[in-house]
Design a protein around this ligand. Sequence first.
Ligand SMILES: Nc1nc2c(ncn2[C@@H]2O[C@H](COP(=O)(O)OP(=O)(O)OP(=O)(O)O)[C@@H](O)[C@H]2O)c(=O)[nH]1
Ligand SMILES: [Mg+2]
Length: 687
Amino acid sequence: MGKSGTTPNVTSKSGSRCIALVGPFQSGKTTLLEAILARTGTIPRQGSVDAGTTIGDASREARHHKMSVEATVATANFMGDSYVFVDCPGSIEFIHDMRTVLPAVDAAVVVCEADEKKVPQLQLILRELEDQNIPRFLFLNKIDKADKRVRDTIKLLQPASRAPLLLRQIPIWKGDLIAGFVDLALERAFVYKEYAPSEIVDLGGDDLSREKEARFTMLETLADHDDALMEQLLEDIQPPRDKVFDDLAKELRDHIVCPVLLGCATRANGVLRLLKALRHEAPDVGETVERLGLKAGGEAAAIVVKTFHTTHGGKMSVARVLAGQIGEGTILSSPAGEAGRVSSVFKIMGQQFEKRGPASAGDTVALGKLDGAKTGATLSTGKQPLPALLDVQPFPPALAIAVQAKERKDDVKLGVAFTKLTDEDPSLVVVHNAESHDVVIWGQGEMHLRVATERLADRFAVPVMSRPPTVGYRETIRKPISIRGRHKKQSGGHGQFGDVVVEIKPMPRGAGFEFEDRVTGGVVPRNYIPAVEEGVVDGLTHGPLGFPVVDLHVALVDGSYHSVDSSDQAFRTAGRIAMSEGLPQCQPVLLEPIYEVEIVCPTEATAKINAILSGRRGQILGFDTREGWSGWDSVRAQMPESEIGDLIIEVRSATAGVGSFKFKFDHMAELTGRTADQIVSARRAAE
Ligand SMILES: Nc1nc2c(ncn2[C@@H]2O[C@H](COP(=O)(O)OP(=O)(O)OP(=O)(O)O)[C@@H](O)[C@H]2O)c(=O)[nH]1
Ligand SMILES: [Mg+2]
């Protein structure tokens, strides 16, 4: 490995590095990846998100929506070292793809903007990194649009980070624009060139004094955890440059600070300095193995960061190799069982895959045909599979749609496509509703579900239709009655005769259904009684309002039979008749499912959330500060299922995209009045 001319103290690294590009929605991650690829000579020309020409957003869905909808991997070389960058989506709806990537990376570059509205999103992402002890740089992007002092921006962003944000570069202003930067560790000034490396310039007098001051602030922060440095500062001794770089690297890796670099991804400004910082300061795979607690003996080990199914070539697992070597023919196991035999190893460049030789510790590659490997799985080659290193559970889904194949003949294909879709993205959940026969896809939001249906059509060739899922309404009764159900038919030879008297009465909420046999004297013979109960149950599937009937007690109290014409079938029909004639007289009433919902949101949005909940017939149960999250609240409420349907859309728009909620069924509640009438007439119309 060659030494850099400008930065002292290069430590030799082993293996390829894996770096995640993360950050709030639309902050410029994909553009930064493009700039990195162009700067490293990996691609001849820098593409743009707006023109749909980037490596990161090359998928059809990403180009269509001009946003990242999945993690994308690209491989590059810089100064003789190999790097794999994973461009993660910023939208909270696709955050699961980021969360499965993070454990495997050596460091993350958090791309952010000087935008107050995006601070909660930044906090959310930093929290993931902090919780997992992943070293992180902040790349303050879109510096070409800066309209406030960088120092003020840092103040704005600081509440999002637990570790102090350590400004490593200060801008050089030319009028209202930032024309370059001073690197505080190097003590050198650079002016930006469009699509070309920045040019070293002399520091002017004014900039020089600003540099001294900013550098001192940086050193002071570093000295908080370095007594020797603190002493030097107190004694006014200039620490040697090597010492400063050592401290920067150490404190980054110990998660004590979060260094901040400046740049503009669209013009590839600041990108070279970022790459150099990664080269000198980011940990290598050895440290990542330690962080993950991997204890491999001689065997090879890897973790799967992403899974996808190609249109023709079967399943691919993007994996980071942590130890040993994995090549064509390597048989891998996970704690869940055998994962399969690697068909080929591929170098990844966005949507392009190129066969390569065996991968060794540090490499991030695609492994072909590991049908038994799941995203997040720990793979290994030994006789005994290594224990799982991690378990990334998706956030609970928040929005659902019912789907069906546009063409009946595709039903089987749809089932297969669902399996692949949820294998790729476990934050989607497919549920078959036995009662309504709906196939319901649950996802993290509107765009997530839209992309899921687009993938069904584009990648798996099953176009689908979607609609809101059926709400689980029920009905019950308020008034007890007694009624006779009589079935008598005389046709040709054998007739049919069944005759029952039942008492129907309401039961408390949640009691369900009870049947009681109070027949005396054998007026309905024993052997027909189960048939009567079946008939009653038949009558409950579709009550007078159109919904299943619950919370009632039915007692068989009287009846009569015919020695020749009576049968199970005849008594079952009699039971059903008793219900269909009796229930409308029992004052039927609609029941709707009520859920308990817990919404978390930044405090400034809490009032808006309360208003949204009240506007949706919600009953606020209380609110509190969110545990462990400064500046966030948690609101609890009870809400009807029908109002939760698209609640997430409103919650997201009230919270700059970061609000989320959990819900669980609580109880069924009576619903009367206009809303109930509308539901009942909609049901009738649908039938
Ligand atoms: N002015 C300016 N615009 C930028 C810069 N970087 C990115 N953009 C623009 O910001 C928008 C979003 O850029 P992307 O690269 O797609 O951002 P992203 O973070 O990948 O977005 P998601 O993956 O969807 O979260 C695009 O219109 C870019 O052209 C920058 O440095 N300066
Ligand atoms: Mg992107």
